[in-house]
Design a protein around this ligand. Structure first.
Ligand code: ACO
Length: 343
């Protein structure tokens, strides 16, 4: 099946004749508090010059102490619902992608369901670190394509400030808090997700992890003293793997849709590091003006990252109806994913 503009929709060919899944509304929320590089200079041995030249990040947002991941997720969700012109009782399913849930259980999605009053919906979380939003989009799309559900709410939300070691200059300069949401529906007259591909490499789990608090190292005075409840990262190895995986995922998504990179209006990569984004764009053969970047304002917000960027790109009309968009992400796991959307 081809879209009205002639693009191949691989999903619609696999037994889902005529069925498409559109993103009918997006929303985002970032906390008010801004933490600048200048403020970080007073917390750890770093400099604005180092952070900007190595990452591109100038500031990031921090949630208030009493503001949880589900609070931010709910605000992003309500904005997406308003945007899509739907009411909470229309939502059939809520999927929250996060690695910083409010609690180990119940799921953050259940807490969001209550906060937004989506009484009819099912709700669950998924954890694919920074790749979570595309993983969640792909899962949500399956329910739309199989006609199981009419309306799916997909959210990426993180309060990374709670797992960042604020004494570790190698990691604390990189991350921020926030949430982004999308409403998925089948619209007979519109297209949407053309394809999504996902991958993982579990043998590299150690590169980026938080060792404490799970079944391997349940919380004890010793795990706290050993700082096992903070995010740990081998930055250099993560960097190399990020570039390779994002390029591979991006190329695969384009190949499936028989689309050349020059046809993509807007590439929205995971907002982790400016140098990673530049390297990925270069290897994909993209021009700088095709690439959407807002990491200077928010840093790496993990599962929320591309969701927040997508909302901004739509709101500022970097993406207009009919444009082709490539989302490409990478995260702990290791995980990666890419999606092509006809907006
Ligand atoms: N300020 C000043 N100096 C610093 C800082 C800092 N904030 N952090 C590290 N340094 C120092 C290091 O100690 C090192 O010093 P040394 O040479 O005396 O040992 C020096 O700077 C160079 O460090 P490198 O690790 O070589 O710096 P690099 O150029 O690799 O940049 C960075 C580090 C930014 C972390 C980079 O490796 C990177 O972006 N990696 C990928 C990170 C990432 O994207 N992670 C998120 C994945 S998504 C998810 O799932 C959460």
């Amino acid at each position: 099946m081809r879209t009205s503009k002639g693009f191949k929709n691989p999903r619609a060919q696999h037994g889902f004749q005529g069925r498409t899944c559109s993103i009918v509304g997006v929303g985002a929320y970032v906390p008010e508090k801004i933490l600048t590089n200048a403020e970080l200079e007073r917390m750890v041995d770093t400099s604005d010059e180092w952070i900007v030249s190595r990452t591109g990040i100038k500031e990031r947002r921090l949630a208030a102490e009493n503001e949880t991941t589900s609070d931010m997720a709910s605000l992003a969700a309500m904005r997406a619902m308003q945007n899509a012109n739907i009411t909470p009782d229309q939502i059939d399913l809520i999927i929250v992608a996060t690695l910083t849930p409010d609690m180990m259980f119940p799921s953050t999605a259940c807490l969001v369901q209550h906060k937004i009053g989506a009484r009819r919906s099912a709700a669950f979380d998924i954890e694919a670190a920074c790749s979570g939003f595309i993983y969640a989009l792909e899962i949500g799309q399956q329910f739309i394509m199989t006609r199981t559900y009419n309306t799916v709410l997909v959210i990426g939300a993180e309060k990374l400030s709670t797992i960042v070691d604020w004494t570790d200059r190698n990691t604390c300069v990189l991350f921020g808090d926030g949430a982004g949401a999308a409403i998925l529906q089948h619209r007979p007259d519109a297209h949407g997700l053309l394809t999504a591909c996902m991958g993982a490499e579990g043998d590299k789990a150690e590169l980026l992890c938080m060792p404490g608090g799970g079944s391997k190292f349940p919380t004890t005075a010793e795990t706290v003293a050993n700082r096992l409840h903070y995010l740990r990262m081998d930055g250099k190895e993560t960097y190399k793997n990020a570039v390779t995986a994002m390029v591979t995922a991006g190329q695969e998504a384009l190949r499936r849709c028989e689309i050349d990179i020059s046809q993509i209006k807007c590439i929205i990569p995971h907002q982790a590091n400016r140098r990673i984004i530049d390297a990925v764009a270069d290897r994909l053969g993209a021009k700088p003006e095709q690439v959407f970047i807002n990491l200077e304002k928010y840093g790496n917000t993990s599962a929320a990252s591309v969701a927040i960027a997508l909302e901004e790109a739509v709101r500022t009309e970097r993406i207009k109806q009919g444009d082709l968009v490539l989302l490409v992400v990478f995260g702990a796991g290791l995980t990666w994913a890419a999606a092509v959307i006809e907006w």
